[in-house]
Design a protein around this ligand. Structure first.
Ligand SMILES: [Zn+2]
Length: 374
């Protein structure tokens, strides 16, 4: 879908030289959530859904980011969602429940990661300030005490020269993912011993049923991949991996020719719905401008106009037009991994998500990891 929306050429990630297929189920063979998937990718162990950096019996397990820190490497965490979200924080925290945002934020403050960037201030401001009744610790103050600069907008990031940086961006003034990747790499780059950086394109996971939304998110991810490859290519010492925590949406492509009509879409279904006027008289204009559909039928028009949820209806119309079908939520369908750089050839064939950090540890010479021999 991303390829179709971008005009049909292979994505940057698809041009990476090595690729494999990754199974993702969580402990007990369940369809994974993002917490168990993050734990698998970070620690090499399967756990139960909802848990971060812990086994089902609550025993803490080391993450690949922590092992890198032990070997003197610097570390960074970047996402276009809250940095306390399950996927990014799973590389640095140990909690029995992904919803324990205050504990997750506290553990991120203690993680020693040199760069942390995400959208929103979840968990980092006193609860009173965030509108909740009871106050909590002021983690922003703790971060400053530890020598971090905190930035809240794209402009502040552009002006920042500090090497220890936390970005808690206001969503309206946030840098895009590729910018955050470049800013993180510019800071992590200073260390001879190397670094580990986890970057998440979070938003694609919330858009099942929304072809243009998924496609645009994939294209943004692809630009972030390009930023990483630009860095890696002229240094020759950086392994770049592009992985997914799980499939979302149970997507079926039923007609390749129809899929191509995604070319040039400009907004997600939510974005399109947000641009409609209150009485939804502007459906035709907006669908033409943002979805490239200039021959909306009366049936489709009514489908959107009469829907309780305009966003879902717009996603459904675009799905029909592009020959896409969806189930809902996460599935256990295996996902791709793409690899570039030293050791990239280790990430081919079929593997489990728990193999990924073990292989990273082997490539980086970090000793046995997650029970693997080396
Ligand atoms: Zn996820």
């Amino acid at each position: 879908m991303g390829r179709a929306a971008g005009g049909g050429d292979a994505l940057t990630m698809e041009r990476m030289p090595y690729s494999g297929l990754v199974t993702t189920v969580s402990a007990g063979g369940e369809i994974t959530d993002s917490a168990a998937a993050s734990t698998a990718l970070a620690t090499g162990y399967k756990t139960e859904n909802g848990m971060l950096g812990m086994m089902p019996d609550r025993k803490k397990v080391e993450t690949i980011l922590e092992r890198c820190r032990q070997f003197g490497k610097s570390a960074g965490i970047v996402t276009n969602e809250a940095v306390t979200g399950a996927t990014p924080s799973g590389f640095a925290v140990h909690v029995p429940d992904r919803g324990l945002t205050p504990q997750i934020a506290q553990q991120l403050v203690e993680s020693g990661a040199q760069v942390m960037m995400g959208y929103g201030r979840d968990g980092f401001v006193p609860a009173a300030e965030a509108g909740a009744a009871k106050g909590g610790p002021d983690l922003a103050a703790e971060l400053r005490k530890k020598g971090y600069q905190i930035v809240y907008t794209r402009d502040e990031l552009a002006k920042s020269k500090d090497l220890r940086l936390v970005g808690l961006f206001d969503e309206q003034k946030a840098p895009a993912l590729p910018e955050m990747v470049r800013a993180a790499l510019a800071r992590l780059n200073r260390d001879d011993k190397g670094f580990f950086l986890i970057v998440e394109q979070a938003k694609v996971d919330w858009k099942d049923g929304d072809p243009s939304g998924v496609a645009l998110d994939v294209l943004e991810l692809d630009k972030a991949v390009q930023a990483a490859l630009d860095y890696a290519r002229h240094r020759g010492r950086t392994l770049v991996l592009v992985a997914a925590d799980h499939e979302t949406g149970g997507l079926q492509i039923q007609n390749q020719a129809l899929l191509a009509t995604l070319k040039g879409v400009k907004a997600s279904a939510g974005g399109i719905a947000g641009r409609l006027d209150r009485d939804r008289t502007s459906i035709k204009e907006v669908m033409k401008a943002d979805a490239g559909i200039d021959d909306l039928t009366d049936a489709e028009l009514n489908q959107i106009k009469s829907a309780k949820d305009a966003e879902a209806a717009i996603g459904a119309v675009i799905s029909q037009r592009t020959g896409l079908k969806w189930t809902a939520g996460h599935t256990a369908t295996p996902v791709r991994v793409f690899a570039f750089g030293p050791g990239a050839e280790q990430f081919t064939g079929e593997m489990d998500n728990t193999d990924i950090p073990k292989r990273i540890a082997a490539v980086l010479g970090l000793g046995p990891f997650a029970g693997s021999k080396q």
